[in-house]
Design a protein around this ligand. Sequence first.
Ligand code: SAM
Length: 294
Amino acid sequence: MPYHARMATPARKDQLPPPRRTISGGISDLPLENWREYDDILTDSLWVLGDRDNSGKHDGSYHGNFIPQIPRQLMRRYTKAGDVVLDGFLGSGTTMIEAKRMGRNSLGVELLPEMAEVARKSFNAEAAPGGKVFGEIVTGDSRAAQTREKIVRALAKHNRDGVDLIVLHPPYHDIIKFSDRPDDLCNAPTVADFAAQFGDVIENLAGLLARRHYLAVVIGDKYAESQWVPLAFRLMEETLRRPCGLALKSIIIKNMVNNRAKRNKEHLWRVRAFTGGFYIFRHEYILLFQKRGK
Ligand SMILES: C[S@@+](CC[C@H](N)C(=O)[O-])C[C@H]1O[C@@H](n2cnc3c(N)ncnc32)[C@H](O)[C@@H]1O
């Protein structure tokens, strides 16, 4: 190429491509040079989040939901406006409501049709301050090939063939009984079955994730027969064992306020902890994986 051809006229500022150095290496649209302005974005492995954000359609009434600040943190750091976020255990739709607010497209999978309907209504009623985005809800088992096919078809409607962030907030095994259905992960007969079923979800969905992009698992542990059962570490190992090219990036500990079963029973639980010799859960985990590749 002649030298003068390489000396192209400089582009106007509004024609410039997006900055190449963004936080999380091009995955977000936040220029790295402005890093001092991103006070709200956490970079420590200990997340002490305040009260639940109950604004808009986030009402917190679904037993077993997570606080919107979790998907918000993940989307701030690991997505751009217009990206697609997939939640494989949608529940009441927290991730999709938050995605709509943040100008991200979203797709949720939920096993229970009645919950999918609740999520759909909330999503539709939420405002979209960042402009029009799509939100698709698939009812089905996140392990099933048919569910994946439905996701692919839903993405194709919007000329997409993959997703930019996956959020997975499965049942914490049998801690909350979401339904009696055998395909509900809360009914896995043993912890080993639960981990294996979760691994099947990973294998079914991780292929949809763009390379170098992130997958987050939100999970807590449980006690059974007076023993601590480390569900989070079981799921972490299962995720890494599956041939999906996922590398572990962070193990985040998030504070947990009293869940419904323990609310107003703090004294009782303290006495139980003293007599039983155990500690009361005050944390859960966000396991963060990145898909390998260029
Ligand atoms: C912990 S909740 C998720 C709550 C959600 N993050 C929210 O904020 O509302 C887990 C959800 O997974 C659903 N679920 C259980 N097994 C499933 C499966 N095999 N496929 C898809 N969803 C499943 C349950 O019905 C439940 O709504």
